[in-house]
Ligand binder design. Structure first.
Ligand code: CAA
Length: 444
């Protein structure tokens, strides 16, 4: 039995902030920091009537309609988010409440929950659904998994440059149309305090340290994956989607990952004439000298045509949506997978039957690595995505408008502001109920 992602939909926040233009100039920064350093051009931000529930429900609504799935076909709804506004009532209940407004039938017998472990929780929710189906507790029903976040930072935090907001809805089922999940799994997990939200909406972040923690946990997950039967040869994968807080982070992770994976393979041998063999720790008396040697080897490796050709083919395509939307936390690695497949469709690559290596990460901190097999129906599934049209129709914010909308998405502040866009055929936030709950309606 194959289990995996049967369908996917992406819903972006309706507003757009031009980073090298509007944001960098207001901050007095060089645009190159965004385009070349971080690898970002625009961020997607939610409008005043949008939040994690509306974006999740809109993505899910589109997905269920397109796949012709009825409420009774869904046995599980899990929402992964790190932007929740309630410590008790899960976001999935709000999403089901929205969907109840537009579907005949109910999600009454669907098990609902919320998954939390920073950005890795979307992948964890997929894993839970996978196990639930393999355990045969699904009664022939599918799981609806949604990763949704408003990834905003406090004003003037360095993370402000990497913000974003959007949702990814995925249907996990037997005999999937898009990708099936492999069994080997690698985990790298350590208690870290690099990025956290102790009962606050905007995170406390040690940005530079968070990057080191990302790389360290990824390496451990890769080692764990290889030890558990995962094939890590880079030529085994047609795409390698990473958690993408910003493309520059993935650039660093990909080089370290490639170096790690080609050690003791024919690729290292072939590269030896050009840049030598990889330094080995046992050849050094001092750890520091070894670190310097491995750092300069990695730099040389990045400039070889072998590495660059691999990177352009397997990693670069996964970044093309992220460059235009910023970080979506839990949704980010799922956006990367969809982006890579979308680029492959445009390039007319034949990916059916090939493998993807999916590298997820959440601060706090945990990395997870697993492989997926692309299914014969992938082209049809990816062809249905309308993310490019959504991106093109975003409203472009001035800096003053950005400052105003930023406060709307801080749950600790009460703001009342007119939206910049007009909702149409979607769920909207429309106020507070008597117990402090958020209320939603569907706008035709
Ligand atoms: N031209 C070209 N490149 C430039 C440049 C210019 N004019 N100016 C700067 N750069 C480069 C810098 O050299 C740097 O690249 P390298 O790291 O390769 O040297 C890059 O642009 C960024 O510049 P800075 O380091 O000066 O940027 P910063 O100090 O403002 O901070 C950051 C960057 C730490 C990532 C910050 O944006 C941040 O805190 N982000 C949030 C935390 C984050 O995303 N961490 C990632 C790992 S944790 C994770 O993945 C979980 C998650 O989703 C949050």
């Amino acid at each position: 039995m194959e289990v995996g992602i049967d369908g996917i939909e992406i819903w972006t926040g309706k507003l757009e902030l031009d980073l090298p233009g509007t944001f960098a100039s207001a901050k007095g920064e060089d645009p190159g920091k965004y385009t070349e350093g971080l690898g970002l051009y625009t961020s997607s931000l939610p409008d005043a009537y949008e939040d994690i529930v509306t974006m999740a429900a809109n993505a899910a609504h589109r997905l269920l309609r397109r796949k012709n799935v009825q409420p009774a076909d869904i046995g599980r709804i899990d929402v992964a988010t790190e932007s929740a506004f309630d410590n008790s009532k899960p976001v999935s209940t709000y999403v089901a409440g929205c969907l109840d407004q537009v579907f005949d039938g109910e999600f009454r017998h669907a098990n609902k929950g919320e998954r939390k472990f920073a950005c890795v929780s979307g992948t964890q929710a997929l894993d839970d659904a996978h196990n639930w189906i393999r355990a045969r507790r699904n009664r022939a029903r599918a799981a609806l998994i949604i990763a949704t976040d408003t990834a905003l930072y406090a004003r003037d935090d360095p993370g402000e440059a990497t913000q974003g907001g959007g949702a990814v809805a995925m249907l996990v089922d037997e005999d999937p149309d898009l990708v099936s999940f492999g069994t080997p799994q690698g985990i790298g997990s350590v208690d870290e305090t690099d990025f956290l939200k102790p009962n606050q909406q905007f995170p406390s972040v040690d940005g530079k340290r968070s990057m080191q923690v990302y790389l360290a946990r990824m390496r451990e997950a890769l080692q764990d994956f290889a030890r558990n039967g995962g094939n890590t040869h880079p030529e085994n994968f047609t795409l390698v989607p990473f958690h993408t807080p910003f493309p520059g982070m993935v650039r660093k992770a990909a080089a370290l990952g490639f170096r790690h994976c080609v050690r003791d393979t024919e690729v290292e041998e072939q590269l030896a004439d050009e840049i030598g063999r990889q330094p080995r720790p046992e050849a050094f008396d001092q750890q520091e000298t070894y670190f310097e040697a491995i750092k300069s080897y990695t730099e040389e490796l990045r400039h070889t045509s072998t590495y660059q050709e691999w990177y352009e083919r397997t990693v670069e395509p996964t970044l093309c949506i992220s460059r235009e939307v910023g970080n979506w936390y839990t949704g980010s690695v799922h956006v990367a997978r969809a982006a890579g497949l979308q680029e492959a469709l445009v390039a007319n690559r034949n990916l059916a039957g090939t493998s993807l290596l999916v590298a997820s990460y959440g601060s706090g901190a945990q990395a997870e690595i697993h492989a997926e097999t692309v299914q014969p129906g992938w082209r049809e599934e990816i062809r249905q995505l309308n993310i490019d049209e959504q991106l093109d129709s975003r409203y472009e914010l001035s800096f003053e408008e950005y400052e105003a909308i930023h406060d709307v998405h801080n749950h600790d502040e009460s703001t009342d502001m007119e939206p910049f866009t007009t909702p149409h055929g979607e769920f909207v936030f429309d106020g507070w109920g008597r117990m402090g709950e958020r209320e939603y309606s569907y706008v035709e």
